[in-house]
Design a protein around this ligand. Structure first.
Ligand code: ADP
Ligand code: TRP
Length: 320
């Protein structure tokens, strides 16, 4: 099964990103053929500072390699290294009804927020369709906000296939229903835009500060506490096994410790959990040339497929 997904290089990663998305992607790495790329052309729709886009793209690659993308198992590349995608984007545009794009929630939401739309923001789903269809991807794991974009991809592919029988594989999306929203330090869904994140790659001091700010009730230290709805406990559930959780529950009930103690245990767990990834990240930060080479190797693998597909498509649509 060929699984494909793109990642916007949008800055600092938090626990919600890891447990809500990255961990699932990594699971495909063993069992399926995983295609995964840094969507830097897509990022250009909102980021106009060239230096920042370059930095963010490499930084995202470093983070994903550190968290477990294995270039010997997955095909991992930078979107802009395989130019065929732009050619397919244009060809697919000629098969995309305006109404399909005008109905896109993500576009409408951005316009409603007052963002001045450019054409790339409007045609964003067509480039995403090209990303997916160029590689005959079967499954596209995405977050809820991206489902409609995969539906648009399907519609475009069906339109194209009406003219060119069975040319494009129709993909399906996959959302992991098991993953609940990871709560942020205020108990709402953890998100960059709410400023309530605990970040994966941070200093121990900063991690202490972020976990220290988790909102709890004000039960005094010497009273038993309930763990059921506690934000600290909910985050601990991501890092502790069953026995550790039972032990933690006892500590809540005992009335001998305060929330500060539980926060400290959580901090230690997070720090330990990402120790390996942190070391790898340090290594890649000091060896950025190696990262660029990994991405270029991945692009070569991706291009081998993309160029054959494009030859077939050019032939079908009549581009000499
Ligand atoms: P943010 O809300 O911080 O801007 P993104 O929209 O960039 O995060 O999310 C990237 C991926 O991480 C998406 O697949 C999304 O579903 C997942 N994700 C983000 N925050 C959470 C969360 N709090 N719980 C579960 N998954 C999350
Ligand atoms: N639009 C996706 C996001 O913002 C990123 C993306 C670009 C993507 N191309 C893709 C995801 C193709 C899946 C498949 O998260």
């Amino acid at each position: 099964m060929r699984v494909l997904t793109g990642i916007q290089p949008s800055g600092v990663l938090h626990l919600g990103n890891y447990f809500g998305s990255i961990r699932q992607m990594l699971q495909y790495q063993g069992d399926s053929e995983l295609f995964i790329f840094i969507a830097n052309y897509h990022a250009l729709t909102s980021l106009k500072d060239g230096e920042a886009l370059r930095e963010n793209s490499i930084d995202a690659a470093i983070s994903f390699l550190s968290l477990g993308i294995d270039p010997s198992k997955a095909t991992f590349w930078l979107q802009s290294d395989v130019k065929e995608v732009l050619e397919l984007y244009w060809i697919l545009s000629s098969y995309t009804p305006m109404g399909l794009l005008e109905r896109a929630h993500s576009y409408k939401d951005k316009v409603a927020k007052g963002i001045v739309a450019n054409h790339a923001l409007f045609s964003y789903p067509v480039l995403m369709a090209a990303d997916i269809l160029l590689y005959d991807a079967e499954v596209v794991p995405v977050g809820k906000d991206q489902v409609q974009h995969v539906e648009i991809t399907r519609d475009i592919a069906i339109k194209f296939n009406n003219n060119h029988k069975n040319a494009l594989k129709i993909p399906t999306f996959k959302i992991d229903e098991k993953v609940a929203a990871v709560p942020g330090i205020d108990g709402a869904k953890m998100s960059k835009s709410y400023g309530n994140t605990i970040n994966i790659f941070t200093t121990q001091k900063e991690l202490k500060k972020q976990t220290g700010k988790i909102v709890t009730d004000s039960t005094p230290l010497e009273e038993p506490k309930s763990y059921e709805n506690c934000n600290v406990y909910k985050l601990c559930e991501l890092f502790m096994d069953e026995n550790e959780l039972i032990e933690l529950q006892e500590r809540y009930k005992s009335g001998k410790e305060g929330y500060g103690h539980f926060k400290a245990s959580l901090k230690d767990k997070i720090w330990e959990y990402f120790a390996f990834a942190r070391d790898k990240r340090e290594y890649y930060l000091a060896h950025k040339d190696e990262v660029r080479d990994i991405l270029l190797d991945g692009a070569n693998k991706a291009r081998a497929i993309a160029s054959i597909k494009m030859e077939q498509i050019r032939e079908m649509v009549g581009i000499l």
